[in-house]
Design a protein around this ligand. Structure first.
Ligand SMILES: Cc1ncc(COP(=O)(O)O)c(C=O)c1O
Length: 484
């Protein structure tokens, strides 16, 4: 028998690994006798003790059976499936058989915009990059240390730590006008998990669901992967056009961003909020309110959430700490209508047995100590300054070429390029990138093709001077692509 040792670690383990491989790939048939340890030692030029130790490892794993006096035999159940011919083995390795849902997930992932592979840019205006905040970082470290010192090591409550849910309720009452009790709240691993749980609990493959157009890709990707039949409804300067919602009663679920439409920035007007709630109530459609950055408003008070107007219990409110703290935290929450609570807790429990307890406890401390809301006030001031630096620079250097969608909230702006073709806009993105500035087209967020190209520009991550420098480079590229 030919055994190839791999030279990694102790000799007896190398021998045991090589023998195990031979057994699993069928070279040592089930029930067959293995060489005596003396023979094996001679063939492999190892000591007999090493051979004995290797056989002992395999005996312990149940792969061989030592019958005293008559040698060692390969265990009967150690039979591996017959090896397929080499060519088909290769083909199988290339294309494993996935479930339908597995295939859809893979396709969605392959088509997704490459995430954070734009490192090396001098100025990256990518939407979603978090604001670096040293004060928050040290408050967070303190909270985390304290939480770690008192952590309960048992599995956490799958619904979320009661103290965090209680803090979230107080915060929502103060800042978002939502009246919720801790038992209405489910802690999730970010908005993304809230979408996944909603798809699990509320939709079967082929069921209809509705997105705004344009919309957040993270939502579309989840529902696409679940095989939902996705429809869209247009938005204008007042947000979702409620009169254009589908008239039939087939839509099971809709994802909306009323506080700050993503990505246009429009705020859903009160009459439309009432129309939307009425539409959902009459069709027994669930509304997921994605309140991703409603906290950051400049010049006006934050609007109360749609959930605060929901008398019929159709709104599943989703909040995330990704924008208000940082996305690496992967924590968010849902406020659920009473009838859905148990099903969502069950889905969360089945998925991961609950979110990580130390971070939840630290977050409860951060909110409870007042440090969180102090941070929100400081962050809003910083973001306001960055936003006005970006808008001012665009106005000064590129005023004739870009038109910024009216929005006084959030961490990004949408700038339309009214006089440019889509090809020219793509060339602009590439030229700016070659000069170290990351800018991004809005087209991937849209369902229907756009009349004009637009740019989605995130400003949270860059100080005012960098934003101004980036816009100067962008403005310098504009005439070059317009003439091309
Ligand atoms: C529209 C929208 N919703 C939600 C989120 C937050 O997602 P998560 O909580 O999964 O980080 C983002 C983040 O970029 C977003 O843009």
């Amino acid at each position: 028998m030919f055994l190839q040792l791999d030279d990694k670690g102790p000799r007896y383990l190398q021998v045991a690994r090589a023998l195990k491989q031979a057994i699993l790939d069928g070279r040592c048939a089930p029930g067959s006798r293995l060489p005596a340890t003396r023979t094996l030692a001679r063939e492999l030029e190892i000591s007999r003790n090493t051979a004995l130790a290797a056989y002992a490892v395999l005996t312990e794993e149940g792969l061989i059976d030592g019958r005293s006096g008559s040698g060692c035999y390969v265990a009967a159940f150690a039979a591996a499936p017959k090896r397929p011919p080499a060519a088909s083995a290769q083909a199988t390795a290339r294309a494993p058989v996935l479930s339908r849902r597995g295939r859809r997930m893979q396709q969605v992932y392959d088509r997704a915009i490459p995430g954070r592979q734009h490192r090396g840019l001098r100025y990256n205006l990518q939407y979603g990059l978090p604001m670096t905040n040293p004060q928050l970082a040290s408050a967070w470290r303190r909270a985390l240390n304290q939480a770690a010192a008192h952590v309960q090591t048992d599995y956490p409550d799958p619904q979320g730590l009661p103290e965090l849910r209680a803090q979230i309720c107080e915060y929502l009452a103060r800042r978002r006008g939502i009246n919720a009790a801790p038992e209405d709240v489910l802690i999730v691993n970010g908005t993304q998990q809230a979408f996944s749980l909603a798809a699990d609990v509320l939709l079967d493959a082929g069921d209809r669901m509705l997105l705004e157009d344009p919309h957040y890709q993270g939502a579309r990707q989840v529902f696409q992967a679940r095989g939902a039949a996705i429809r869209t409804c247009r938005v204008d300067a007042d947000g979702l056009v409620a009169s254009a919602l589908p008239r039939d009663a087939q839509t099971r679920l809709a994802v909306v961003t009323p506080s700050h439409q993503f990505p246009t920035g429009a705020v859903l007007s009160l009459p439309r909020r009432m129309q939307l709630l009425d539409w959902a109530q009459h069709r027994r459609c669930w509304l997921i309110e994605d309140d991703y950055d409603g906290e950051f408003r400049y010049g006006t008070r934050p609007l109360a959430a749609l959930k605060s107007l929901d008398r019929a219990g159709r709104v599943l409110y989703v909040g995330s700490f990704s924008k208000v703290i940082f996305p690496a935290l992967r924590l968010g929450y849902m406020v659920l209508p009473p009838g859905l609570r148990e099903a969502f807790v069950a889905a969360k429990w089945l998925t991961d047995r609950g979110s990580t307890a130390i971070e939840q406890a630290a977050l409860a401390r951060l909110i409870g100590s007042g440090a969180f809301e102090r941070h929100l006030r400081r962050a809003a001031n910083t973001l306001r300054a960055r936003r006005s630096a970006l808008l001012g620079a665009l106005q000064r250097h590129a005023g004739g070429a870009v038109e910024v969608a009216d929005s006084s909230a959030g961490m990004h702006i949408l700038a339309w390029l009214r006089h440019m073709s889509h090809a020219q806009a793509q060339a602009l993105v590439e030229m700016a990138r070659a000069r170290g500035v990351g800018i991004y087209l809005v087209a991937p967020y849209c369902h229907k093709p756009l009349k004009h190209p637009g740019l989605l520009l995130g400003y949270a991550d860059l100080p005012p001077a960098d934003l101004q420098a980036a816009v100067r480079i962008l403005a310098d590229c504009l005439p070059r692509v317009s003439q091309a």
